[in-house]
Design a protein around this ligand. Structure first.
Ligand code: GYE
Length: 310
């Protein structure tokens, strides 16, 4: 769509692009790599970056966006903590003529003209890939051998696009096999600690868990700690599927403690800065830019680990 901010690639007289970026927080290894990619790319390309860490709170993020509007930045980019509740602040940005780019996570707004484009992963597809693996490996995943594959799910932040979409994609695929059942599902807030605590409580109330599906590596890594503390062997006594493929996750996969990881690429900096320049130059940009990603088995993790950047 056409940018509202004129035909020059910078709103400022000095020719520099100023971007206000409102980040979710620092909840996971994925997020750390994402922040680093955005900061390093801005620096390398001479884009002045104003950066805010919302510490997982939507109200902080809305405040940060309002302050970017007041400061008259050239472009605002953000990764919404949750999907809903951003209509008003995005209308304010639009009224001020400041284009907005979504990165990583989607918003659920009535008016799609409130943002220029959305750059990030297909989270439904990620959940589907996790579900496909389980359906293909159903026999091996019935650890208890009782004919039912009992899955517990560690959900991401409630209301966040990746939590909603990954659960949906996973459910749609495992429904193909009647023996696979999600017996418990709770949020672990995308953090290691959250994953550990929820897994501890799952283990206390259920001794027939075959599989953990964690919406990110960090929660899977927390679950590993809980499983080991319960005297069980992660990856064997309980199978683990996660999403992200950050270094710590890949290490656990290579060590046999995780069984399968669906990749989610955090290195969005270069594509984001490119889109920002195009939008400010008044060029057409696609409504949706999907990142390219794959999956990793244990063997593939062993091979990929030495070259893994994050
Ligand atoms: O998977 C998780 C992070 O929005 C894709 O957020 C991102 C997710 C990522 O906390 O680790």
């Amino acid at each position: 769509s056409e940018a509202d901010s004129g035909s020059d690639s910078s709103g400022n007289d000095d020719g520099t692009i100023t971007m206000g970026f409102a980040q979710v927080g620092a909840e996971s290894g994925w997020r750390t790599a994402n922040t680093k990619s955005i900061q390093e790319t801005a620096e390398a390309e001479g884009i002045e970056l104003k950066f805010n860490d919302a510490q997982g709170k939507q109200e902080n993020q809305i405040q940060a966006i309002r302050s970017y509007i007041q400061q008259k930045v050239d472009v605002i980019a953000f990764s919404p903590v949750v999907e809903t509740g951003f209509d008003a602040v995005l209308q304010e940005a639009k009224a001020a003529g400041i284009p907005v780019i979504l990165t990583d996570r989607a918003v659920d707004v009535e008016d799609p003209s409130l943002y220029e484009t959305f750059l990030g992963s297909d989270f439904v597809l990620e959940g589907e890939r996790a579900g496909d693996w389980l359906v293909e490996n159903a026999k091996d995943s019935d650890v208890n051998g009782d004919g039912t594959i009992n899955v517990v799910q560690l959900e991401g932040t409630t209301g966040a696009a990746p939590a909603i979409d990954r659960a949906e994609g996973f459910a749609s695929k495992i429904s193909a096999d009647d023996s696979i059942e999600v017996t418990a599902s709770q949020t672990g807030e995308f953090t290691r600690d959250g994953g550990k605590q929820v897994m501890e409580s799952f283990l206390q109330s259920d001794d027939s868990i075959d599989v953990v599906f964690a919406h990110n590596d960090d929660m899977g890594l927390g679950a590993i700690e809980a499983i080991e503390a319960a005297g069980l062997e992660p990856g064997k006594d309980i199978k683990i599927i996660t999403i992200d493929a950050v270094k710590d996750g890949m290490t656990a996969l290579a060590d046999g403690k995780i069984n399968f990881i669906v990749e989610c690429n955090p290195l969005l900096g270069p594509q984001l800065m490119d889109l920002a320049k195009k939008v400010l130059d008044g060029e057409e940009v696609p409504e949706r830019v999907v990142t390219d990603e794959g999956t990793f088995t244990q063997e593939q993790a062993i091979e990929a680990l030495p070259q893994r950047q994050y």
